[in-house]
Design a protein around this ligand. Sequence first.
Ligand code: CO8
Length: 262
Amino acid sequence: SSSADQLVIPTRSDSNKVAILTLNRPKALNALSTPLFKALNAELEKLEEDDGVRAIVITGGEKVFAAGADIKEMKDKEFAEAYTTNFLGSWNRLASIRKPIIGAVAGYALGGGCELAMLSDILICTPNAVFAQPEITLGIIPGMGGSQRLTSLVGKARAMDMVLTGRKIDGVTAERWGLVSRVTREGESVVQEAVKVAETVAGFGRVAVQAGKEAVNGSLDLPLEQGLRLERRLFQQLFATQDQKEGMSAFAEKRKPSWTNK
Ligand code: CO8
């Protein structure tokens, strides 16, 4: 099938280590329909199993990230159907991917789009990107982590403001608030910048990268004492890896490390 029919277009960086997944429903501003999410999950499953892939970029391209869940699909939904089909349940698959995910946002990241962006491990946007949780304007609330992840990222005051008023914030504000970690300069490609960051991560030993991701994510789920224990265990376990020996020997010998990913 031609790329025009594909809801998610998978490509690779030049090094082949970074997989790029581009949401592709431009006429609907990448509204996140159930078929789109099934396609995204299917691609993620493949990448998670692909040994050559060390990092994943998720983007909508240089114009729009995603204008939210597909409102036309949801409009006539009833409780019984939503509940029995576990509507939105499968969206959480992204949260359990072990490989690092870099989100690249240009334009709108609204509602489910903002929530999808927040599922990235590292999030980059353009200065004029637009983040909002406008669900309140539709008579609903965020349903994919918006009330929970947004609050842990930006704090209760700002999250409550966004969730109860639908307020839009731009990319510069999003960085100031801690929703994203990097903003591109005017004219830079957000996808290329995200790929650069992904290549940096992909260039390190994969065991340590996975452990770093697991440890930081632990801080969101666990009380401090258990989080510190998780960190310490992972830290200690890394001394059983070849890459720890290699990384530290390379430093002592003033040379570049050559990771074995073991
Ligand atoms: N769902 C379905 N179609 C959409 C959506 C959407 N979220 N957003 C835009 N579209 C469609 C429009 O209907 C339009 O289609 P058509 O050409 O057939 O009329 C096309 O995309 C272009 O949109 P506009 O003409 O409206 O473009 P504008 O530039 O005038 O406006 C906006 C852009 C401001 C982004 C506007 O489209 C808008 O307000 N969109 C809706 C934003 C919104 O409310 N998003 C939140 C949705 S609710 C949600 O995400 C709940 C999350 C629950 C959990 C996650 C589940 C996935």
